[in-house]
Design a protein around this ligand. Sequence first.
Ligand code: GDP
Ligand code: MG
Length: 163
Amino acid sequence: MSFTLAIVGRPNVGKSTLFNRLVGKRLALVDDQPGVTRDLREGAARLGDLRFTVIDTAGLEEVTDDSLQGRMRRLTERAVDMADICLFMVDARTGITPTDQVFAEILRRRAKHVILVANKAEGRAGEEGALEAYALGLGEPLRLSAEHGEGLGDLVQVLMPLA
Ligand code: GDP
Ligand code: MG
């Protein structure tokens, strides 16, 4: 059985870095809903023995504060609805922000299954931020470094029973 995993979270936490690591060059654009889904990227992911579809929410990086909430919400909700599992990424180095709280609320209400990931946690970095992430009420955060490839074995272990 295969599944679809959506990587969601505020800009700059490392979503695309993880997406690229999972997908490599096996990438396609999702383009059936102009203005929203052009900002969703879909690809065929490999992680250990797992094969699944992964969705990256992109295109939020350049929006202004005024338009952030609405666009972010629409895009995230679309990705969440397409996904069996949501990987909610926060930045373990900066800790939890009000924008993270907005995402957490969307996921709590809407997602079928959430995996909370505290990224940028290579070495011993981000222990404090990971602790802060507990307070989101979405379970134990998995410490990961998308850039350095650390914690991916733990991600396999979490995904395996859900696959
Ligand atoms: P996105 O906006 O959530 O898609 O974030 P990006 O994947 O574009 O990454 C934003 C920035 O964080 C880039 O400069 C990345 O190089 C950096 N980054 C991503 N993952 C890691 C990580 O595991 N550790 C560190 N230190 N930096 C990371
Ligand atoms: Mg991105």
